[in-house]
Design a binder for this molecule. Structure first.
Ligand SMILES: *Cc1c(COP(=O)(O)O)cnc(C)c1O
Length: 425
């Protein structure tokens, strides 16, 4: 006699909430305290001076970051959103230029393009890793395309070789949003370092964090210079620096504080261990969940590592024969609170559906500079849309901390729901 589902009044498998995932400890406390004792919480100067590049902690943090990720430069910023804006700005685009982007990312990835009055063009994703599909990228290239903004989604690299080959062939920039994949590798190389610029997030929800924060990496000194300028009010304050042209770069305040940088240095030292723990969680889940009929556990491509910001599963409705929403409800009722239906499709957000980003007259899509037949219609990214609407079951990994027993209880909850699928029809 199968146990009654919690959804239908039975006893939940998991009766209490798991402890929150924590990447912090006494090392960060000590680092923050040390900064507070100096009294210097931020040392940036909005003028041409050696402190134009920030205080000692920010600069040491950048050195640590570029040494770890093996890039020539790292630019610390106050969020990955700021980093994305600085990165797109560094390319020096024209209004109406097109940047190919994934519908499966955080909205900020595409917003960063609009910020410079460039146009996001959404290409479809692959069904295995959920990253931009190279064939779809190529289909969406026009004479106005200048860059590909790739997101390494959920913790797995996008197709480095295929995307870099397309970029080379069409003379395009590649920016990588690696916010969800710090420490993941593709053919021995850290994800976030195979494009012209890579962006990492240090927001509270990520593998490692500083509350808010981000880092941009590049090997190109010109791109680094432009990102540093955009970070700190460029056009207004560095006349004496002698930069040839300070136009088309809208200087902002994207500066990271000293406390965050000091804590970030400690967090970076923990990255490998924290990532390894996430991998162990995912491997344990995969080992057992792959036996459930109709469930495909996450794919890790040969020569890649997956760092599992999320643990994405695909559910085959023809095998499971129950609505996904019902399955998720049943799992949540059993106490698996961090499992969700699908993943947002950015192109279907109201801003894109109405094609209004600035004001009320359809700017920038209606400007003379933009191509007039840009489409965000439902159906342009069929793989992403079907996965969201029907088949993706997403377990968020960086939310809780689990012991082996707790993970076993998650697996038991899945098994219980699967034993009772008949009831969920
Ligand atoms: C979290 C995230 C961001 C935004 O990061 P912030 O540091 O919060 O600005 C951008 N892109 C992706 C893919 C993310 O997951």
């Amino acid at each position: 006699m199968p146990k009654k589902l919690a959804l239908h009044g039975g006893t939940p498998v998991i009766s209490r909430s798991f402890p929150h995932y924590r990447s912090f400890g006494k090392e960060e406390l000590k680092a923050a305290e040390k900064v507070i004792q100096t009294g210097v919480l931020s040392k940036y100067l909005g003028a041409w001076h050696e402190d134009f590049y920030g205080g000692p902690e920010v600069r040491s943090f950048e050195e640590d970051w570029s040494a770890f990720f093996q890039t020539k430069h790292a630019v610390a910023v106050n969020s990955a959103t700021s980093g994305l804006v600085a990165a797109v700005g560094a390319l020096g685009l024209e209004p109406g230029d097109e940047v190919i982007v994934s519908p499966w990312t955080m909205s900020a990835t595409a917003t960063a393009i609009l910020f410079w009055n460039a146009i996001p063009v959404f290409a479809d994703i692959e069904s295995e890793t959920f990253n931009l599909c190279p064939q779809s990228i190529e289909k969406n290239i026009t004479s106005k395309t200048r860059a590909i903004l790739v997101t390494d989604i959920f913790g797995h690299s996008a197709d480095r070789d295929a995307i870099n080959a397309i970029a080379k062939k069409h003379d395009l920039w590649v920016i990588e949003d690696a916010s969800q994949s710090p420490g993941a590798k593709c053919k021995g190389q850290y994800v976030g370092t195979w494009g012209d610029i890579g962006i990492f997030s240090l927001n509270y929800h990520k593998h490692i964090h500083t509350g808010e924060g981000g880092v941009c990496v590049t090997n190109d000194p010109k791109l680094c210079d432009r990102m540093q300028l955009i970070r700190n009010h460029a056009e207004a304050v560095v006349g004496p620096k002698g930069t040839a042209d300070l136009s088309n770069m809208l200087g902002m305040n994207f500066r990271m504080c000293e406390i965050e940088a000091a804590m970030g240095r400690e967090q970076l030292q923990k990255l490998e261990r924290l990532v390894q723990e996430r991998i162990e969680v995912a491997d344990h889940l995969s080992h057992r969940l792959r036996d459930l009929p109709g469930i495909t556990v996450p794919t890790v491509k040969p020569d890649n590592t997956h760092v599992y910001y999320c643990y994405p599963m695909v559910m085959d409705p023809n095998v499971v024969r129950a609505a996904r929403a019902k399955v998720v409800q049943a799992l949540q009722a059993e106490g698996v609170s961090n499992v969700y239906n699908g993943y947002m499709n950015v192109h279907l957000l109201p801003m894109y559906q109405k094609k209004i980003a600035f004001g009320s007259k359809g700017f920038p899509w209606t400007s003379d500079f933009a191509r007039k037949d840009i489409s965000y219609a439902k159906g342009i990214c069929p793989t992403a849309e079907v996965l969201h609407a029907e088949t993706l079951l997403n377990f968020h990994v960086c939310v809780f901390q689990y012991t082996k027993q707790e993970l076993d209880s998650v697996i038991e909850a899945f098994q219980k729901v699967w034993t009772n699928l008949e009831e969920l029809k």
